[in-house]
Structures are given as C-alpha cells and as structure tokens.
Design a protein around this ligand. Structure first.
Ligand code: DAH
Length: 365
C-alpha cells in the first residue's frame, strides 16, 4: 500500500510538472502505456495469493483511474494555457478577404418558371395548381378526348392501379400527361371569369435527346364573356417577345388540332440558321430564308370542355395555351440536351444555373 501511495505522489508530481503536451504524453505512455509502470504492476497480480490480489488489484485500479483523470485535467490546463498564449500574442489580419461561402444555383427550370410568372402576372393571370396523379376524366375525357384517342394508349401514358374507392373514369388513375387537366380542375372549383397559368410536372413514356419521362409544362386559361382569337394572338405574341426579350420576334399562328380547342393553333417563332450550325432567333435579314419553329400550342376552348365543367359556352368563351418549359429554357439559354436537366450534376448546375441573389423581377415587365 505504501508503495502505491508513494508511486501516486511521484506520478502526480511528474504529471503536474509536465510543461507541454508532448512531455505530458510521454509521461502518459511511461505510466499507462503497454509497458508503463502501472501496467507492469497490474501484470504482477497474477502471481499473488487471492487475498492480496483482491486488495492490491482494487488499489491499483483506483490509482489507474486517478492518474488517468489527472492526465486529462493537466491536458486541459495545458491546452488552455496554449490558447491564452496565442490569443494574447496573435492579432487578427483584418485585411484578409472574406472566405467564399459556397452557395447553390437556381435550376434553369425554376428560373424560367419565375420569368413566366412575371410576364403573365403583369397581364393579370394568377397561378393555379393541380395534382400530378390525375384520373382519366380530368386528363382526357373532360378535355374532349374521344374514347379511342391514341394518347390514351399505354405507350404514352403511365397508368396507375385503379382506385377501388372511386368509380368509372375517376377510378382510372394516371400520371398527368399534360397540365391541361388543371384547366378542368380550376373551372370546376369556381365561377367564371377564369384567368390562370399553371406550372408543373408532366409524364410520358418517352426517352431520347428531346424527351424525358418527366418534364415540365405551363398551361394558361382565360375565359370571360368576350374573349376572342384576337386576344389569344395578342397575349401569346406579347409573351414570346417578352420571354425572349426580342420586341420584333416574328410570331406565326399555324392551324393545328388539339381535342380541347377549336380552332386550335401551334405558335411558331422565327429564326435563321447560323453558318456554325447554330440558330439565331429573330427576323431573317434580307436575302436569308426565314425559318420557323414551334414553341407552343393554343386555341379557343372547345364548347364541350366548357360544358364538361358546367360553364355555358353561349355566355362564356376564351382561350387556352400550353408549352414545354424545358424546350423554352433550352432555346433561350442554349442548353443542348434535355436529359442533362435531370442528371443532378452540380457542375452542370454551376454552369447553367442562376445566382440566387439575382432573381428575375416578377412584378413588372
Ligand atoms: N396539352 C397540349 C400538349 O401537351 C398543349 C396544349 C395545346 C395546351 C393547346 C393547350 C392548348 O391549352 O390550347 O401537347
């Protein structure tokens, strides 16, 4: 016992005498390490008789704990002393430039949607929403798709298991193939006039350079008592010119068919081909051929669609339009491959994304 007490006194003074962390660590190894003094004493327990082993073992364990605690508190004291010393001698270099904090970028899809909200907002449209999981009625039937329309076939539409709780066309669930379904939901939910735009994900079973199974669309609807085709043309011409920031962008309305509009049109914008194979939006200079590309679909809402939503087509009429958001983003910002939008590659986002502090002005045009 006296040996242990003497050892404790000796080790305590060694520990307290360690003036820096390295010396302290050497002491720790010499005492508690594999070949340390306490470790060596522990090994002698095996050769003692049981009674002696019991008392000596307990005393050694207590010593070991006390010494370990002492080393810890000495370590803390030395670290504090170190820090105090640095704080009192080291100054701050206030001329150093601030460290760059990494910050994210806004995805081009989000940017485009915000720009669109800004433009249509300034024309008095508000934003509506609808579900991604739709039923056959809202996605097709109410939009005047005849029963055998090819878009209902399995190759385009992702159908989901039928919902037992619902009946008929409401039971047939699918991932919406377009945002036109939001027109129906919006008209069902209240009285005319209606003046909305809607943004969202849409789904079709397709995959190549220009198609992904999930993509985004924007839909617009304007129904009132005296809305006509002239309003449609003015609104969409203003929109594409504002979006592409080209006041004289040529815009062409070409007759087309969509079941939910009559007459229906596709809207083309003018461009010219550049010698390097690229394109330049705008009016063709003299001597160059004007090229056209389709950017959106539109038309006067079909009377059947209004009736399906409980709106009297003899009193109300108007127009609707729809467009692919990725396509308009690719055109405006020169992004060549649609698939890269959804690969979650942060280098791509760093390159094509937008600074969060530099948001488009969404209140005025
Ligand atoms: N829903 C159509 C599509 O996905 C786009 C569209 C065309 C929407 C004409 C409209 C419209 O509202 O009037 O291709």
């Amino acid at each position: 016992m006296t040996d242990i007490n003497a050892l404790k006194t000796e080790l305590t003074s060694e520990i307290e005498g360690a003036g820096d962390l390295q010396t302290l660590d050497e002491v720790r190894v010499a005492v508690l390490g594999k070949k340390g003094r306490i470790t060596a004493l522990m090994k002698t327990l095996g050769s003692m008789d049981p009674e002696e082993r019991k008392t000596t073992g307990a005393a050694l364990n207590a010593l070991k704990d006390e010494i370990a605690d002492l080393i810890k508190s000495q370590e803390r004291a030395l670290k504090k002393q170190d820090m105090d010393q640095r704080l009192s001698t080291e100054g701050e270099d206030i001329t150093l430039s601030a460290r760059q904090a990494p910050h994210g970028k806004i995805h081009p899809i989000s940017q485009t949607m915000e720009e669109m909200v800004g433009i249509f907002g300034s024309m008095g449209f508000t934003v509506a929403e609808g579900p991604d999981i739709e039923d056959d009625f809202h996605n097709f039937t109410a939009l005047n798709f005849s029963p055998g329309h090819p878009a209902r076939e399995m190759q385009d539409t992702f159908f989901l298991p039928e919902d037992d709780g619902e009946e008929g066309e409401y039971a047939k669930k699918l991932l919406r193939t377009h945002t036109s379904s939001v027109q129906i939901r919006h008209m069902e939910s209240g009285e005319p006039p209606y003046k909305i735009v809607c943004f969202g994900r849409t789904y079709r079973s397709d995959y190549d350079m220009t198609h992904t199974p999930m993509f985004h669309q924007m839909e617009g609807l304007f129904i009132d008592k005296d809305v006509n085709m002239g309003h449609l043309k003015g609104c969409l011409t203003d929109f594409v010119r504002a979006y592409f920031k080209l006041d004289d962008l040529p815009v062409r309305f070409r007759p087309s068919f969509f079941p939910f509009v009559e007459p229906g049109a596709e809207v083309d914008i003018g461009y010219t081909k550049k010698p390097d194979g690229g394109i330049k939006l705008g009016k063709a200079p003299d001597g160059q051929e004007q090229q056209w590309m389709e950017v959106l679909g539109a038309g006067m809402v079909h009377p059947n669609v209004l009736k399906n939503c409980g709106v009297d087509p003899d009193e109300y009429q108007g127009f609707a339009f729809g467009m692919g958001i990725e396509r308009l983003t690719m055109l405006k910002y020169g992004i060549p491959d649609l698939r890269t939008f959804f690969e979650c590659d942060t280098r791509w986002l760093e390159h094509y994304g937008f600074d969060p502090l530099d948001r488009p002005n969404t209140t005025t045009r």
